[in-house]
Design a protein around this ligand. Structure first.
Ligand SMILES: *[C@@H]1O[C@H](CO)[C@@H](O)[C@H](O)[C@H]1NC(C)=O
Ligand SMILES: *[C@@H]1O[C@H](CO)[C@@H](O)[C@H](O)[C@H]1NC(C)=O
Ligand SMILES: *[C@@H]1O[C@H](CO)[C@@H](O)[C@H](O)[C@H]1NC(C)=O
Ligand SMILES: *[C@@H]1O[C@H](CO)[C@@H](O)[C@H](O)[C@H]1NC(C)=O
Ligand SMILES: *[C@@H]1O[C@H](CO)[C@@H](O)[C@H](O)[C@H]1NC(C)=O
Ligand SMILES: *[C@@H]1O[C@H](CO)[C@@H](O)[C@H](O)[C@H]1NC(C)=O
Ligand SMILES: *[C@@H]1O[C@H](CO)[C@@H](O)[C@H](O)[C@H]1NC(C)=O
Length: 504
């Protein structure tokens, strides 16, 4: 189970960011269900419509007044047959991204409670989307994940699960490009990082864009038993791998006297698993002082870092793979020789989410081409073709390998028009191709590389042209059905009379 104990968003502008209109985070800000490009007045951030990123679903808007513009339109997915509904974004292979999905139900379908459904990144189920409680409290919800693009696209999908009673929906998606050094202590080839909390201690407001150019949200965190201190002097944070905003070092919580500082953070209960934890500290005093702020950090009683010497330049300590469960208590214990109380400025905590793999890229590219060849591919033909297994593309069967391959396509009688793209020849693990009873036109492509092929059903379509001779080289073929097409020419000699081959 993956939880986010992030604060939900208000329905109107939750905080004021002062960005000039031409300043935008590097990435895509998408207002789902909108018809127009729109600049949110209060933040200066421009959101674009979601057309072109998805080809399923229907748009609608909510009539509530004064809603944040990105919440006032949404896309919903009434089709019950599709196994997932995907958004696909161009990405740079190997680059790192922060993806934020935002949901506000608003009773768009006349119901009282929002539907509960799944969200997926690439081939991995990310989490359940349950906005029931936030919605009951008049709030929107958001989820965040940090991941690397392993191919040239990034896909974010939602899908029905066995709890889903009405149409899944989405209000906005933000895909922000991060720098290489950020979160590089985590093996992002094997994991994604699900945001649990990102806090600015002692702050009054959320830190956001443009103070954080990566449009991360640093939410205020206070604790009744601690004091707040702040410092005005500037600080350089570019040397910190995670590139925290300088503003996150401007305030801190501390104790009034030199004693242990205990803070329960993040405030909720965490599922028992592994986390990336980064903590940020900075001495707020004048740098000319000759007393040092030295303390040790314990997390749930276990030493996280000993004798940290916090200077005015700021310092971060992190653990890329730290086990946590239930409540989390951060204790800062002053060094016996130190007369200065400990303090903490900011923290980030992410749940490590193991990636479940992805379809072999060669097969993904071939399938994407195949989808483009059809005029009307099934609605769920985007995102990863094989994974998650319960959300594979309609009609696609895959092998059980860690990097699954396409082994069969069963697309009989789906009303398909368009052509059969020549890249079918790149699906070199394919055993069965059933395309009968559609209206596919054009010629039958070469299939000499599909050398595992056993059955080829192209009957009752609009195929024209000759029967490729190369079919004869496929040694495992035992069934070729080509009848009821508009093909020309003879059946290649080599195929006729081959033993154990059934030709129609
Ligand atoms: C959703 O859009 C599809 C295709 O544009 C349309 O056929 C269908 O009637 C729409 N469904 C609803 C519930 O509006
Ligand atoms: C969704 O969340 C609400 C409130 O937390 C909970 O009562 C409900 O059981 C959840 N629904 C599902 C299907 O998990
Ligand atoms: C619903 O799906 C979940 C997750 O796949 C599974 O654990 C659960 O047993 C299913 N419940 C029912 C009633 O099918
Ligand atoms: C993370 O990036 C920084 C800055 O580029 C680099 O110095 C460091 O070695 C990297 N760390 C890992 C674990 O790759
Ligand atoms: C803390 O760091 C400062 C500056 O680097 C150094 O001068 C000082 O000796 C250090 N103090 C301790 C106790 O390590
Ligand atoms: C199909 O395979 C050929 C030869 O390996 C390659 O040049 C081509 O780019 C592949 N096409 C796709 C869409 O993957
Ligand atoms: C396929 O052929 C049938 C019968 O000749 C014709 O009515 C139909 O328009 C064709 N469909 C396409 C998509 O070419």
């Amino acid at each position: 189970m993956y939880v986010s104990i992030f604060l939900p968003w208000l329905l109107t502008i939750p905080f004021l960011v002062h960005s000039s209109p031409d300043q935008q985070p590097k990435g895509l800000l998408i207002n789902c269900g909108s018809d127009v490009k729109q600049t949110v007045k209060e933040t200066g951030l421009t959101y674009i419509p979601d057309d072109g990123f998805t080809f399923s679903g229907n748009k609608t808007s909510l009539d509530a007044k004064n809603l944040l513009p990105i919440l006032s339109t949404l896309r919903y997915f009434p089709d019950k047959v599709a196994r997932k509904y995907c958004y696909t974004f161009q990405a740079i292979k190997g680059s790192k991204y922060l993806v934020r999905t935002i949901y506000y139900y608003g009773g768009f379908d006349g119901g009282k409670e929002p539907p509960v459904f799944d969200q997926i990144v690439g081939g991995t189920k990310w989490s359940v989307v349950n906005t029931t409680e936030d919605y009951a409290n008049g709030l929107s919800s958001y989820y965040e994940i940090i991941l690397v693009a392993h191919i040239k696209t990034l896909s974010v999908c939602i899908a029905r699960n066995n709890q889903t009673v009405s149409s899944p929906f989405i209000s906005a998606i933000e895909v922000i490009s991060l720098d290489d050094s950020m979160y590089n202590s985590t093996d992002l080839g094997a994991y994604a990082l699900v945001t649990v909390a990102r806090s600015s201690f002692g702050n009054e407001d959320t830190i956001s864009f443009p103070e954080d150019p990566y449009y991360r949200l640093w939410q205020p965190f206070k604790d009744d038993s601690t004091d707040v201190v702040s410092s005005q002097s500037s600080i350089t944070t570019s040397e910190f791998w995670n590139k925290p905003p300088a503003k996150a070092f401007a305030t801190a919580i501390t104790m009034s006297t030199t004693k242990k500082l205990d803070v329960q953070w993040p405030p909720g209960l965490l599922p028992s698993t592994r986390y990336h934890v980064s903590l940020y500290f900075r001495d707020d005093r004048n740098s000319k002082t000759n007393t040092w702020r030295v303390f040790s950090i314990l997390v749930n009683g276990k030493t996280f870092y000993s004798n940290l010497n916090v200077t005015t330049d700021g310092v971060t300590v992190y653990a890329p793979n730290w086990p946590l469960s239930g409540k989390t208590l951060i204790s800062l214990i002053p060094d016996t020789k130190s007369s200065i109380a400990p303090l903490i400025n900011a923290g980030e905590i992410y749940q490590l989410m193991p990636l479940s793999g992805r379809t072999l890229p060669q097969d993904v590219m071939a399938m994407e081409e195949l989808a483009r060849g059809f005029d009307n591919p099934p609605l769920d033909w985007s995102g990863d073709p094989c994974l998650p297994r319960e959300n594979s593309w309609t009609g696609v069967s895959c092998s059980q390998e860690k990097m699954p391959r396409i082994i069969a396509l069963q697309l009989t009688n789906l009303g398909l028009t368009g052509i059969l793209a020549p890249t079918v020849n790149n699906l070199t693990a394919l055993h069965h191709l059933w395309l009968g009873d559609n209206q596919i036109s054009g010629s039958i492509p070469e299939m000499n590389s599909v050398d595992q092929l056993e059955t080829l059903h192209l009957e009752s379509n609009n195929f024209t042209g000759p029967i490729p001779k190369s079919l004869a080289t496929l040694q495992y073929l035992r069934e070729i059905f080509l009848q009821h097409n508009k093909l020309d020419g003879p059946i290649p000699q080599e195929l006729q009379g081959r033993k154990g081959l059934h030709i129609l």
